[in-house]
Design a protein around this ligand. Structure first.
Ligand code: GDP
Length: 562
């Protein structure tokens, strides 16, 4: 199959004459923009261009090194550390990173990309120095003096203990839910507080007048999907293993996830009340996996419990508090509040509702919060007992109302000074995301186009369209259908009102379609599945943007006339 030069140039968004030059370099004969070349050569051109672009990127980095102040940071430094070196508030650095599209916690290690983004935001060049690298004594001294100077300028932080945040993990049916229920039933002082336990995604229990926070979604999936977003909330994992069943595949999986996250593990050997319970066999199995019980000279705390009868559950809680103490869990209660979304949904009456856990600072009603995909002013806060509260301190969960849209679980937030700041950051973020998605679709379309042309088919953009109301759905549909041209078709495979669901993603996967959401978002499962399957979900708020994007995609796909 062949394609004309001018058409390829249009697709690649370059001048005809530049394309002809590139072809000449590649030794391909092409006289004018009306000449045709093979599509596989076109593909090579596209790849060459992409490589070129990446290489250029590298060059420009080199070039700026001389112009700006170069600051060396040790390999493995966290964002917090770098903020200190720069003498900037860590929240500001995190916020700049969010604006630049990096959703990372202050504790994240600074890699090349993050270093670049921070450098850009603060007009310096951060150079990551390998730890083993030889640094002269002179330099060492200079760095030491500087960091000491910075340290003295900073007001001392008021770090206070905070409650541990615990996730229960283990194989299915080993007793995760039963354990959580038992702990909640016996340790939440609901009556005293005049409330009833509410499901807000996390529970707060009290043991020996010390608080422990349990995340309500047991298992490693939620844990890991949060981590995948750069949010680590869990301080301690309870790995539960049924004594009658022993270590099972998901036990090993959970163990590996906890290990990967470097989170301390307390083992609960459950169902000890059962006659066929074999706790020693479980210990042996765990020891084989590297978790050696204390009584055998190792350092893993293991408690034999019955989640059903409550046997030794107190001791388990005791051990959790002990591990928390050993790990010195502290937070700065007076810092600018920041934290993570545990779960969120759209409530018919209340609007977007998110349960968050505060990680630093004290969150107060009226605060303006910037999330990764939305923002809002906290209109009301509700604790796990359903009480209206005015403030939340570190580690504690609260349901918050007043956000403009529903954030995703695992999204981080920080408090910002004013609404404009929040709005600007979100606009920038959305624009950046839109551009990234656009680029992705263009590339995919080009390759697809070649494939379809190879097969001699007419290329078609397949679309699954979801919208918040029927009216806009119709409007978008008819505008899109008008875009259909002779050479490229637009096919609306499925349309509907409401959120983008898992079944939409499955359909898109099966029919090779992209999903367009207008004023709607994918739910958690849909998002996950789409990520797995590489299905594009594109979200819009204005009809104009939808049409514009699809038009660009169609134009990029215009088939050559042969
Ligand atoms: P999950 O899938 O890990 O959440 O497990 P569940 O909490 O749903 O427990 C699975 C089954 O085991 C249920 O029928 C529970 O009643 C039972 N179970 C849980 N803990 C115990 C226990 O300590 N002793 C006994 N005998 N049964 C238990």
């Amino acid at each position: 199959r062949k394609i004309r030069i001018y058409e390829l140039a249009k697709m690649l968004n370059i001048e005809n004459k530049n394309l002809l030059e590139i072809l000449q370099d590649l030794g391909v004969e092409a006289k004018s923009h009306m000449s045709s070349i093979d599509t596989d050569i076109a593909q090579i051109v596209e790849e060459t261009l992409r490589e070129d672009k990446e290489a250029k990127h590298g060059d420009s980095k080199e070039a700026t090194v001389t112009a700006k102040e170069v600051i060396r940071i040790d390999e493995g430094s966290t964002i917090e550390r770098v903020a200190k070196i720069l003498g900037k508030p860590v929240n500001l650095v995190v916020k700049e990173l969010i604006t630049a599209g990096f959703m990372v916690p202050a504790s994240a290690i600074v890699n090349d990309e993050i270093a670049k983004a921070i450098g850009k935001a603060f007009n310096v060049v951060l150079s990551i120095v390998p730890v083993e690298a030889e640094v002269s004594d002179e330099e060492k001294k200079e760095v030491a003096i500087q960091s000491e100077r910075k340290r003295q300028q900073e007001p001392p932080k008021k770090l206070l203990p905070r409650p541990p945040i615990v996730t229960v993990m283990g194989h299915v049916d080993h007793g995760k839910t039963t354990l959580l229920d038992y702990i909640r039933k016996t340790n939440v002082t609901a009556k005293e507080a005049g409330g009833i336990t509410q499901h807000i995604g996390a529970s707060v229990v009290e043991h020996n007048s010390k608080k422990i926070v349990f995340l309500d979604t047991p298992g490693h999936e939620a844990f890991t999907s949060m981590r995948a977003r750069g949010a680590q909330v869990t301080d301690i994992v309870i790995l539960i293993v049924a004594a009658d069943d022993g270590v099972m595949p998901q036990t090993v999986e959970a163990l590996n996830h906890a290990k990967a996250a470097n989170v301390p593990i307390v083992v609960a050997i459950n169902k000890i009340d059962k006659p066929n319970a074999k706790p020693d066999r479980v210990k042996q199995q765990l020891a084989d996996l590297g978790l050696i019980p204390e009584e055998w000279g190792g350092d893993t705390i293991m408690v034999e419990i019955s989640a059903k009868t409550g046997l030794n559950v107190d001791e388990l809680l005791e051990m959790i508090l002990l591990v928390a103490e050993m790990n010195e869990l502290v937070a700065d209660y007076e810092a600018n509040p920041e934290g993570v979304v545990i779960e969120a949904q759209l409530d018919k009456g209340k609007g977007p509702v998110a349960t968050v856990i505060v990680q630093q600072g004290t969150l107060r009603r009226g605060d303006i919060l910037l999330f990764e995909t939305t923002w809002g002013r906290v209109r009301a806060m509700i604790d796990h007992l359903g009480r209206n509260i005015k403030e939340v301190t570190p580690s504690l969960p609260a349901e918050i109302l007043g956000l403009n849209e529903v954030p995703q679980a695992g999204e981080r937030f920080v408090r910002v000074e004013d609404e404009k700041e929040a709005r600007d950051a979100i606009d920038k973020y959305l624009e950046k995301k839109r551009q990234q998605e656009m680029q992705a679709v263009k590339r995919a379309s080009l390759e697809e186009l070649f494939e379809q042309m190879e097969k001699g088919e007419m290329p078609t953009v397949k679309i699954i369209l979801k919208s918040d109301v029927q009216g806009t759905l119709e409007a978008i549909k008819s505008s899109l259908q008008r875009l259909s041209v002779e050479e490229v078709g637009i096919e609306i495979v499925h349309e509907g009102v409401g959120r983008i669901t898992e079944s939409d993603v499955m359909l898109a996967d099966a029919s090779d379609a992209i999903i367009i959401g207008f004023n709607v978002r994918p739910d958690g499962n849909a998002r996950k599945l789409a990520e797995q399957k590489g299905i594009q979900i594109r979200l819009y708020r204005t009809i104009y943007d939808v049409i514009d994007d699809v038009k660009a995609a169609v134009e990029g796909m215009l088939a050559p006339k042969l």
